[in-house]
Design a protein around this ligand. Structure first.
Ligand code: GL7
Length: 833
């Protein structure tokens, strides 16, 4: 038929389809129309932002078509179980680039934009990223919704639409200064508000009992006030598949804009105050990473988004003609840490109070729906809330927690008679002093699956903080090692490497990362190694230019780029790397002609605004940089850079340019780490401890291709038990003594001998993260790194093997694990549906 005529030259121009056409002409037309009809601009008078908006709207139109088809197919099928990924954080990063990759129209868009007279890179750089997360935990959520879409798992990400995300960091006089992140100021082309799906959330007030029409005793909650949640949806496209899910984020608003009773009484201020109070809930992301807040507003945020999301999920379920008690057949909820764990009690409240489901049935439904991921062993991160605060804000939810706890503790006593220690440790309520609600205990009671985020982390969870729970519910425990999306962190971030890989092994690997194994033989191919080296060098030149622009420091692209980027935290030990830098500096000062491998040390990361020690570490890095970078004896062989405002946008330029990845946390403290994976995928070698996912990365890439040092988690625990004495180590290590003395001498602080005392005193007298114990092992390992660097062929061979063996750390594999072990859901192919 017509197919046979396809080779015949077409007489007329191809038809242009402004809403879904993927060819250059359609894209051009669509951009021009959006520019005029949404931004009121022409190509000749457009600003860069207007152009960015028009290009993004053009892409967004295409995503909506896929989202619409996906959701129709899913909702037409009564047997599909959907995933609800609940997270207080989604650190999404810029959207334009990944969406072009997922839709497979990067080249077409490049050409379209070029023909209109602009450059796509400049337009992409215009995007202000949604930084709605703190660090690894929030970025993991973003990788997982990407992978769920790519694996064709029907899913919704549920969270909070913070008006202000993680603060922007600037450095003044070496210190961190926080600036409000006004990410919405120029508009957000990726979201659609859905006010018709708004729901209300209760706060405050009291509860009362009543008899329903069947004479059953029931409870109702008479709140003080209600807050309205408005959902904002962002499409999440799968990679080269037709499926498109969405992220649904809740914005809080006053239920009515005026409280008329107050207004009528003449208290206009009070009426408006209620509006302000309601809008405050989704105003700002708490910037503490791995630290519980204890703040009233934070608990309100958690309950607000959990209640909105569960109501929304129930509405969807009922629209499918589901019965309330069959909720678990429609939904699998993953709780991203304990931040959304009030969901266990809220789902019970909805089922029992609002749909009058029997308690036992409702409990079965709830436990079968919910699963919990733990992300940290640090005790200061275990969330607990004063019982009084709960009673004041969400009284009915607290009553339900008491009932859950009462029934659960009865079960514990019958399983472990007489074990009062267990009872008090496992109780949802901490009654050892002031009473608290323990959110991890609530999650463990009400979830059918509990998982850690790397093998070591899961083992330590089972041995330490969740030991009692393993004895009670061994079948609930799983490990799912974290992963990251290679679409954003290789294809988009590192086009040079991606093209080289595609030339060598084809283009299947971004969606099937195990394919990278085919690169292994190329590690021994000198010509390939040379191309690999030159890709890295080009990436380093780009980063060097950016460093110059952002910090004024000139760095040498052929020096070793030794990089540590992540939140600033004592357990992550940025200051251990600083001790190493000072040791190298001392070697140069003692012998200016010493043969030393040129290195550029690059740090990046934000400190929680209230975390004094972390902020002082930033100041120390900058201060050491000021001295080392400007000392003529150094002859530019060492450079120290603090790259300000580490975020997803900047990360995408840093990982591809790294030679050495610093993953040097105290063993047993970093649950997984995910930056470690992004570095290796981009061909950096790792210097690291046996911590978190480092263990598995080393297993995959091979011991010879990983620079290991330091105490193991077990040795750290032993040393602590046996009375660890950091000062003794200091007394017996001359190089270490010289390093510490140099800091204390005021050399890096214009003679001020007190500025860095809090750091050095802590190391000498307490050293909870064992820098002293690991110092000499770290230095020796760094010397080996330098030796290896001198052999370029060997270094690149190792780096290529790292890339080739990273298949396991695709978030696609993590999502497959969740599907098989925890959610029991299968891919849903919308083409076959
Ligand atoms: C974290 C862990 O610290 C980090 O190791 C892990 O990779 C990440 C994702 O699982 O979760 N836990 C946590 O509270 N934050 C993390 O980044 C903020």
């Amino acid at each position: 038929s017509n197919a046979n005529n396809s080779k015949v030259k077409r007489a007329s121009a191809p038809t242009i389809d402004v809403r879904s056409g993927m060819d250059v002409e359609s894209l051009k037309q669509a951009i021009t129309e959006h520019l005029f009809y949404q931004q009121g601009r022409n190509i000749v008078n457009t600003s860069l932002n207007d152009l960015y908006m028009a290009v993004s709207h053009t892409v967004h139109d295409r995503l909506l078509q896929h989202e619409h088809k996906t959701m129709n197919a899913v909702f037409d099928n009564n047997n599909v179980r959907l995933v609800s990924y609940m997270s207080a954080e989604f650190l999404m990063g810029p959207q334009l680039g990944v969406n072009l990759i997922d839709l497979n129209i990067m080249a077409e868009m490049e050409q379209a934009v070029q023909e209109l007279g602009f450059s796509l890179n400049t337009i992409m750089a215009q995007e202000e990223e949604p930084g709605l997360g703190n660090g690894g935990l929030g970025r993991l959520a973003a990788c997982y919704i990407d992978s769920m879409a790519s694996q064709q798992i029907p899913a919704i990400g549920y969270g909070i639409r913070y008006e202000f995300g993680i603060f922007d960091q600037v450095i003044r006089d070496g210190w961190q200064v926080e600036i409000t992140d006004k990410w919405l100021r120029n508009g957000n082309p990726w979201e659609s508000a859905r006010p018709e799906l708004a729901v209300n959330v209760k706060f405050g007030g009291h509860t009362e009992s009543y008899l329903d029409s069947n004479e059953y005793l029931r409870y109702r909650w008479k709140p003080d006030y209600m807050v309205t949640g408005i959902p904002y949806d962002t499409p999440i496209m799968g990679y080269k598949v037709p499926s498109c899910n969405f992220l649904r984020l809740w914005k809080s608003e006053a239920e009515e804009s005026f409280d008329f009773s107050s207004f009528n009484q003449g208290d206009y201020y009070k009426a408006v105050e209620y509006k302000v109070k309601s809008e405050n809930i989704s105003k700002v992301l708490y910037p503490n990473d791995e630290m519980l807040g204890g703040k009233k507003l934070r608990l309100k945020q958690q309950y607000f988004f959990v209640s909105c999301s569960l109501q929304d999920m129930m509405n969807i379920h009922l629209r499918f003609d589901g019965k309330p008690q069959d909720f678990h057949k429609r939904w699998a909820i993953q709780l991203n840490d304990t931040h959304p764990s009030v969901a266990v009690a809220e789902l019970m409240r909805i089922l029992v109070d609002e749909y009058h489901v029997d308690w036992d049935v409702a409990w079965h439904t709830t436990c079968s729906t919910c699963s919990y991921t733990n992300h940290t062993l640090l005790p200061e991160a275990l969330e607990k809330w004063p019982v009084g605060l709960f009673a004041y804000l969400i009284p009915r939810v607290l009553e339900i927690i008491f009932e859950i706890n009462y029934r659960f503790l009865k079960e514990v006593s019958s399983r472990f008679p007489g074990d009062n220690g267990k009872l008090s440790r496992m109780s949802i309520i901490d009654e050892s002093g002031e009473k608290f609600v323990r959110m991890a205990n609530l999650a463990c009671v009400g979830c059918c699956a509990i998982n850690g985020v790397a093998e070591l982390h899961t083992e330590l969870l089972k041995q330490q903080i969740l030991h009692d729970w393993v004895e009670m519910f061994p079948e609930r425990f799983h490990n799912v090692t974290n992963g990251v999306t290679p679409r954003r962190f290789v294809v988009l971030s590192n086009p040079g490497l991606s093209n080289l890989i595609i030339e060598s092994i084809g283009d299947k690997w971004p969606g099937k990362l195990d394919e990278l194994r085919k690169l292994e033989p190329f590690a021994d191919d000198a010509a390939f190694r040379e191309k690999f080296r030159s890709v890295k060098l080009e990436n380093k030149k780009i980063l060097a230019a950016l460093i110059k622009e952002r910090t004024g420091v000139v760095v040498n692209p052929s020096s070793m780029f030794d990089v540590q980027v992540k939140r600033i935290h004592e357990y992550k030990r940025q200051h251990l790397s600083v001790l190493h830098i000072i040791a190298l500096y001392l070697r140069i000062k003692q012998n200016p002609d010493i043969d030393i491998v040129p290195r550029t040390f690059i740090f990046g990361g934000k400190a929680a605004p209230g975390y004094f020690s972390a902020k002082l570490i930033i100041k120390l890095i900058n201060s050491v940089g000021d001295v080392v970078n400007n000392d003529p004896d150094v002859k530019d062989r060492l450079k120290v850079v603090f790259f300000p405002d580490f975020n997803v946008t900047n990360a995408q330029l840093i990982y591809p340019a790294a030679d050495l990845s610093e993953q040097i946390s105290t063993a047993g403290k970093e649950a997984s780490g995910t930056g470690n994976m992004k570095f290796s995928m981009n061909g950096a070698l790792t210097i690291g401890t046996l911590d978190g996912a480092n263990v598995e990365i080393r297993e995959e890439v091979g011991n010879d291709n990983f620079f290991l040092f330091g105490l193991t988690a077990a040795q750290v625990e032993d040393a602590k038990r046996n009375g660890y004495n950091p000062h003794f180590i200091y007394d017996n290590n001359e190089e270490l003594r010289n390093v510490i003395s140099m800091i204390n001498s005021g050399r890096f602080s214009n003679g001020d001998t007190n500025l860095f005392k809090p750091i050095t005193d802590n190391l000498l007298w307490h050293d909870p993260f064992m820098l002293m114990a690991d110092f000499s092992l770290y230095i020796a390992c760094q010397d080996l790194v330098a030796e290896t660097w001198k052999n370029t062929a060997e270094w690149n061979r190792m780096a290529i093997l790292n890339v080739a063996r990273m298949g396991k750390f695709s978030s696609d594999r993590s999502i497959q694990d969740y599907c098989e072990k925890i959610w029991k859901v299968k891919p849903f192919n919308i083409r076959k549906a």
